[in-house]
Design a protein around this ligand. Structure first.
Ligand SMILES: Nc1ncnc2c1ncn2[C@@H]1O[C@H](COP(=O)(O)OP(=O)(O)O)[C@@H](O)[C@H]1O
Ligand SMILES: [Mg+2]
Length: 364
C-alpha cells in the first residue's frame, strides 16, 4: 500500500518560486500497478522523488505499507535507504564499472546480507528478468533493453514492498518498448509488488496500469482504471491528453430525460451525459466511435451529419479519415482501407452511447 496525502513541493529557481506539485493525494492498493500520467514538467518525477525520500515535500504525508515515512506537520522524515523501496529512474542507469552479477548483488551487499542469500537472490532475480547466464558480463556490454532489465533486477533483488519506476522504457525503440512493457507487467504481477510508474506516454499508461492518475501542472485531475479514464474523462484536459479525441464545444440541454448537445456542427443526442443535465460542455467523440458511410442512413435523422471527406491517411492496420462538417474537421478511424476516396460526400454517424459529455471545467 502506498498513500500520498496533500503532497506539495516548491522549487526556488533564482529569485522565483515555482510550484512543482500542488496538493496531490492518491493511494495505491497492495499489489496494484498505478501510473502517474502527464506531460513533461507536470511534476511526476518530483512526486516519485518525494515518495523515495530524495526530495523533502513542503506539505503533506507519505505512507508506505502502513508506515508513515514522511509528514511535514509531524516532522517525520525516514531516510531513503530505510523506506524499503526498489527504484528504477530514467537517469540512474546500471553501474558501468560492475558486472551484471555485481550490479544485481549491490543492494544486498550494502545491506550486509549473508553470502549464501546474496547468491540465491541474485540467481532468482536474474532469472526473473531473463538475464540468467550473463552474470559475468560487464554491464556496459549489454543492449539497452538488457540494461533496463538489469536495472529492474537490481530494484527487486531485496524484495521491496514498493517499486518506483520513472519512465523506464523511454530510451528504447518502439518495438522493444512494447515487449519490455509486457515483460515488466508480467514480472510485476508475479512478484506482486505495489508499483508506482511514471510516464508521459498515454498508450503505455493505458496498457500497463491497473489504475491511471492523469496529471497536469502539479495537480492530479482524474484517477481510475484505464478504460474508465478513456471512456469517461471528467475534464477537458483528460479527454484531450488520453487517446485521440474530437472535442466540440457545445450546450447541453435535457428535455424529457433526453440529453442533447448543440454544437456549431449540429446537435447530437448523448447517452452518456456524465451526470450533467444542462450548461456549457465539451462533446468528446473518439475517432474509432465515428462511423462514416456514403449512403444516407435510414434513421430518424438524429446523430447523422453530412460532410466532405477531406483526407484519408493510411497507416497499416488502420486509416484515419478527416471529414469537414460545417467549418469543423472531425477525425475518424477505421480498419485498413475502410474509407472512400477524399472529396466524397459522406454521412457521419454518432452512436449516442459514445457521445461523451465533458464538463467545461477551469482547465477548458
Ligand atoms: N531540482 C529542481 N530545481 C528547480 N526546479 C525543478 C527541480 N526539479 C523539478 N523542477 C521543476 O518542477 C516542475 C516539475 O518537474 P518534474 O517533476 O521533473 O516533471 P515531470 O517528471 O512530470 O516531467 C518542472 O517545472 C521542473 O522544471
Ligand atoms: Mg520526469
Amino acid at each position: 500500500m502506498v498513500r500520498v496525502e496533500g503532497l506539495t513541493k516548491h522549487f526556488r529557481v533564482g529569485n522565483r518560486t515555482i510550484q512543482a506539485v500542488g496538493g496531490v493525494t492518491f493511494s495505491i492498493p497492495q499489489g496494484a500497478f498505478f501510473t502517474l500520467l502527464g506531460p513533461s514538467g507536470c511534476g511526476k518525477t518530483t512526486i516519485l522523488r518525494c515518495i523515495a525520500g530524495l526530495e523533502q515535500p513542503d506539505a503533506g504525508e507519505v505512507w508506505l505499507d502502513e508506515r508513515l515515512v514522511y509528514s511535514h506537520s509531524r516532522g517525520t522524515a525516514i531516510p531513503p535507504h530505510r523506506r524499503d523501496l526498489g527504484v528504477v529512474f530514467q537517469s540512474y542507469a546500471i553501474w558501468p564499472h560492475m558486472t551484471v552479477y555485481e550490479n544485481a548483488a549491490f543492494p544486498l551487499e550494502v545491506r550486509r546480507r549473508p553470502g549464501g542469500e546474496v547468491r540465491r537472490r541474485v540467481r532468482e532475480v536474474l532469472e526473473l528478468v531473463g538475464l540468467d547466464g550473463l552474470e559475468a558480463r560487464p554491464a556496459p556490454s549489454l543492449s539497452g533493453g538488457q540494461q533496463q532489465r538489469l536495472a529492474l533486477a537490481r530494484a527487486l533483488v531485496h524484495a521491496p514492498k514498493v517499486l518506483l519506476l520513472d519512465e523506464p522504457l523511454s530510451n528504447l525503440d518502439a518495438k522493444l518498448r512494447e515487449q519490455l512493457g509486457r515483460e515488466l507487467k508480467s514480472i510485476q504481477r508475479r512478484v506482486g509488488v505495489t508499483t508506482c510508474y511514471v510516464t508521459h506516454d498515454q498508450a503505455e499508461a493505458l496498457t500497463l496500469s491497473d489504475v491511471v492518475g492523469v496529471m497536469t501542472e502539479g495537480r492530479l485531475i482524474q484517477t481510475g482504471p484505464p478504460r474508465e479514464v478513456y471512456a469517461h474523462p471528467h475534464d477537458p484536459f483528460v479527454a484531450w491528453f488520453v487517446g485521440a479525441a474530437n472535442l466540440l464545444p457545445g450546450r447541453l440541454e435535457t428535455v424529457n430525460g433526453i440529453a442533447m448537445v448543440t454544437t456549431a456542427c449540429g446537435s447530437l443526442r448523448c447517452a452518456s451525459p456524465n451526470g450533467l443535465s444542462s450548461g456549457e460542455v465539451l462533446l468528446c467523440l473518439r475517432p474509432e466511435d465515428i462511423k462514416i458511410v456514403t449512403d444516407r442512413p435510414v434513421t430518424d435523422g438524429l446523430n447523422v451529419w453530412s460532410g466532405i471527406l477531406e483526407d484519408v491517411v493510411f497507416s497499416g492496420e488502420s486509416s484515419e479519415a478527416y471529414v469537414r462538417v460545417t467549418g469543423t474537421t472531425l477525425r475518424a478511424r477505421g480498419a485498413g482501407a475502410a474509407f472512400p476516396p477524399a472529396g466524397t460526400t459522406v454521412y457521419v454517424v454518432f452512436p449516442p452511447e459514445r457521445c461523451v459529455v465533458v464538463p467545461r471545467g477551469a482547465a477548458g
